[in-house]
Write a protein that binds this ligand. Sequence first.
Ligand SMILES: CCCCCCCCCCCCC[C@@H](O)CC(=O)SCCNC(=O)CCNC(=O)[C@H](O)C(C)(C)COP(=O)(O)OP(=O)(O)OC[C@H]1O[C@@H](n2cnc3c(N)ncnc32)[C@H](O)[C@@H]1OP(=O)(O)O
Ligand code: NAD
Length: 261
Amino acid sequence: MATQLPLRLRSALALVTGAGSGIGRAVSVRLAREGAAVAACDLDGAAAQETVQLLGGPGSKEGTPRGNHAAFQADVSEARTARRLLEQVQACFSCPPSVVVSCAGITRDEFLLHMSEDDWDKVIAVNLKGIFLVTQAAAQALVSSGCHGSIINISSIVGKVGNMGQTNYAASKAGVIGLTQTAARELGRHGIRCNSVLPGFIATPMTQKVPQKVLDKVTRMIPMGHLGDPEDVADVVAFLASEDSGYITGASVEVTGGLFM
Ligand SMILES: CCCCCCCCCCCCC[C@@H](O)CC(=O)SCCNC(=O)CCNC(=O)[C@H](O)C(C)(C)COP(=O)(O)OP(=O)(O)OC[C@H]1O[C@@H](n2cnc3c(N)ncnc32)[C@H](O)[C@@H]1OP(=O)(O)O
Ligand SMILES: NC(=O)c1ccc[n+]([C@@H]2O[C@H](COP(=O)([O-])OP(=O)(O)OC[C@H]3O[C@@H](n4cnc5c(N)ncnc54)[C@H](O)[C@@H]3O)[C@@H](O)[C@H]2O)c1
């Protein structure tokens, strides 16, 4: 039986993108356990629905009804679908999301000397432009309704230190940090906080694609000696979503086991 958490988010509506897998799924589960209603979005709509079934509430496997959650299919890298996502969420819940967690992300790893333009374009479109589109649409909805909010964008430690084979990904994640800091400067006056989370190596489908020899190399470099779990990131996201972080904005919080501290 999961230990009962303080319901810090009982009045929150949380939009989570990339909610169909890995960190996004763990974030959705954690925010729901703290009382939030969750709008779980993913490019893979079926995966988003599977996440909702884990959250408790009507139609869930958990059978512990608490708040309504809903799944949405959307490609965050497309302006039309990103905007439609916010419209659909507001129509479904009759309010804008007060918590927005952008987890949707991809990799297309290759050394710079061989990276294709398409691999560059795809990663920037999802990881950076996607966060621009979702952050902008959510902020517009919050400001026009006079609601306060907490926007949490998932960057990566790679955005801080780079990584072989990831010029596209590192650039996208460094961009997320700068975008989030700027949004924090602009939106603070509206009561909207914006923070970045920088995970290190976290055991998800994304890292399963990394060659074992690289994983072995990196793991030996981690002061805590092991990869992180998606729940380690969700812990920090829940804190940044709640009023317990009420005076924190523009921050970059590293969840890395000490890697590249
Ligand atoms: C001395 C060790 C330094 C380790 C520093 C690594 C820091 C990484 C921190 C990342 C944490 C956050 C990640 C998170 O944001 C989520 C992700 O992004 S998960 C995906 C991460 N991707 C990678 O790390 C890239 C891994 N590399 C590859 O996928 C392939 O190497 C590829 C770039 C596609 C090229 O493949 P190819 O078959 O052409 O070459 P090899 O795989 O044989 O590699 C050739 C040699 O380069 C070494 N190598 C490759 N990538 C890395 C790397 N990221 N860090 C260190 N060394 C790397 C590889 O080991 C080979 O070395 P050797 O010739 O000695 O065998
Ligand atoms: N796993 C790690 O080690 C690690 C470390 C640092 C940062 N991150 C970041 O955390 C986030 C989540 O990564 P993860 O490890 O859970 O990966 P994951 O592959 O398990 O999940 C990513 C999810 O995003 C969805 N997605 C992809 N493109 C999308 C799009 N265009 N629109 C909507 N949804 C889309 C995928 O369908 C998938 O469900 C990513 O932004 C990733 O860059 C991961």
